[in-house]
Design a protein around this ligand. Sequence first.
Ligand SMILES: Nc1nc2c(c(=O)[nH]1)N[C@H]1C(S)=C(S)[C@@H](COP(=O)(O)O)O[C@H]1N2
Ligand SMILES: [Mo]
Length: 317
Amino acid sequence: MPVYHPPRITPSHITARDVYLSRRHFLGGAAGLLVGAGLFGAPARAAALQTIPGPHGTDEPLTPKDIVTSYNNFYEFGTGKSDPLNRSGAYRPEPWTLTVDGLVARPQTFDMDELMRSFPLEERIYRMRCVEAWSMVIPWAGFPLRALLDKVEPLGSAKHVAFVGLKRPEEMPGQRGMFQPMRWPYVEGLRLDEARHPLTILATGVYGETLPRQNGAPIRLVVPWKYGFKGIKAITRIALTEHQPPSSWNMMQPEEYGFYANVNPAVDHPRWSQARERRISGGGFLSGSEHRPTLPFNGYGEEVAQLYAGMDLKAHY
Ligand SMILES: Nc1nc2c(c(=O)[nH]1)N[C@H]1C(S)=C(S)[C@@H](COP(=O)(O)O)O[C@H]1N2
Ligand SMILES: [Mo]
């Protein structure tokens, strides 16, 4: 069973300059690997990331890395849990740019390496609850979405944030063929105050390495108090908007998946109960799964419940 040792580096041990320099070093190595990948057809390897410990961690047992990276939802590669790992070999998540625009004073298109250099990466160990009633504990590496939004200076008229995934059928087999589960690209959205909440991150890594394709390389959203489908993978564009943006699962089945998608044991999915969940963990001799009660806001109520003060969460599911 893989044992993960969280980095022991404290903020005082590592400066932004160290992060910058080590990352430049790794980028040089990654470029070399890419050339190798082009020549030999081998996938680019995961690169180690340096992170500083972030807030809001949990000491619950981590879900083992091999499960986090092999049991996935990423319909661009197919609807099966192993499709994202097994059918993503043609996907090239680099080079990559992320455009941040809409109702902002300074719209910008960032190169992925520029983005990685701009913010110190934090390790955030979060619970992840899928709407299908399974859950994991995952050590992400990333930075607060708020830090990126600050760079582009949202206008006073901006009330929401829209996220757009990638449409590249030649690399994404789930986007080809007759049966299409959803319209592409995958899209998601948050209210601006949810997007600016300190728990909301853009993740560029997991388990101390750059994100594998199946987990949303090179950059994905993580909003730990909401169902997993809000955490859009392979983000190409973030746009500040006035009105509530569309959400892929909501468009597909509006009576089953709402815009808010806050984890809530009191609001059942029309086809199953949300009162309990199956935690896929690494706690025992063999990693297993354990049934446990679902927590309101996935256990982050103290941090986020005030965002929804006065709202009927049964109506705004
Ligand atoms: N672009 C995109 N993002 C996506 C999905 C998807 O199909 N496409 N699936 C979502 C769902 S339903 C879940 S539960 C999480 C799963 O993240 P993980 O595979 O990294 O655990 O990704 C979410 N983000
Ligand atoms: Mo999900």
